[in-house]
Design a protein around this ligand. Structure first.
Ligand SMILES: [Zn+2]
Length: 291
């Protein structure tokens, strides 16, 4: 009691000029982005779900960074509709986006992913991960309760099984990990494919859409536009050109030379200081050693 009173007195006596720490954003949030389209965010990951009178199409069940991600996601859907979750579509097979599938499976959802995602997951045999039931090759369409969702494989990029999910009527696209918004690419592009990635960006630009939901929140939680895709392509071209020069100078195994690359245009982008040198290294492998 006395300690509590003392703490209260101290808090009361704290100088008003002391800056209050900024309130941490809530652990998770669900945001409506169109009449029937929502974004579920858990910490730094997010997924799209579509609500129709005949059921819900969910994507990426998350549940890796926070083990309760899948349960929480399903509970958030349940706050909006009691319609069954008919489908769970994986954007790609990386665990951090799909580990929380079990509650959805128990609720009877059909899991959909690219054929290569199934191949990887079947080989990895991670007991936490629900294997997909239906497989997509080049493209597929889910029609449910008056909503159409196109699942498009636009080649290899951040994995060999990324599906672009397009809502043609709502003009919304959901892409995960391979088109970050105002952020450099992750580390040295693990599981990534060059130069195919560039072709995929062109294919996404050629689709009809206005807003992009990313798998990791953009600055201030904003959605993306085609300008973001063009900006990423320009960034990747700039990194590629810098690496090509290093390769020409025989410096692609020189850590200091790679770390010295600066691209000031992108200084304000997420993870610039953290990952630029790693991004350069990946392109150095391409130009310097052919892979
Ligand atoms: Zn990934």
């Amino acid at each position: 009691m006395r300690i509590a009173a003392l703490l209260a007195a101290l808090a009361f006596a704290a100088p008003a000029t002391l800056a209050q720490p900024a309130a941490a954003p809530p652990r998770f949030a669900t945001t409506k982005v169109a009449d029937n389209v929502y974004v579920f965010r858990m910490l730094g990951h997010q997924a799209m779900f579509v609500v129709t009178p005949d059921g819900v199409i969910a994507t990426d069940p998350l549940g890796f960074v926070d083990k309760k991600g899948g349960e929480t996601y399903l509970a958030e859907i349940r706050r909006i509709t009691s319609a069954p979750v008919k489908y769970v579509v994986y954007s790609h097979h990386h665990y951090d986006h799909i580990a929380g599938g079990k509650p959805f499976k128990d609720a009877g959802a059909t899991f959909v992913a690219h054929r290569n995602a199934h191949r990887h997951l079947a080989a990895l045999r991670n007991p936490e991960i629900v294997l997909p039931d239906q497989l997509v090759d080049e493209r597929s369409t889910i029609e449910l309760g008056g909503t159409r969702l196109d699942l498009l494989w636009v080649g290899r990029n951040h994995s060999d099984n990324s599906l672009v999910m397009l809502l043609p009527k709502e003009r919304i696209v959901f892409t995960v990990d391979w088109i970050p918004l105002q952020a450099v690419l992750f580390r040295d592009l693990p599981d990534g494919f060059l130069p195919d990635w560039f072709d995929g960006l062109d294919r996404v630009l050629a689709l009809d859409w206005d807003r992009m939901i990313p798998g990791h929140p953009g600055p201030g939680g904003r959605l993306g536009t085609k300008d973001d895709v063009r900006a990423l392509k320009a960034y990747m071209n700039d990194v590629s050109e810098a690496a090509r020069q290093l390769a020409a100078e025989g410096k692609c195994l020189n850590d200091e030379a790679m770390a010295a690359v600066r691209l000031p245009k992108y200084e304000s982008w997420g993870a610039y200081s953290l990952f630029l040198a790693r991004n350069v290294e990946r392109f150095c492998e391409y130009w310097g050693r052919g892979y």
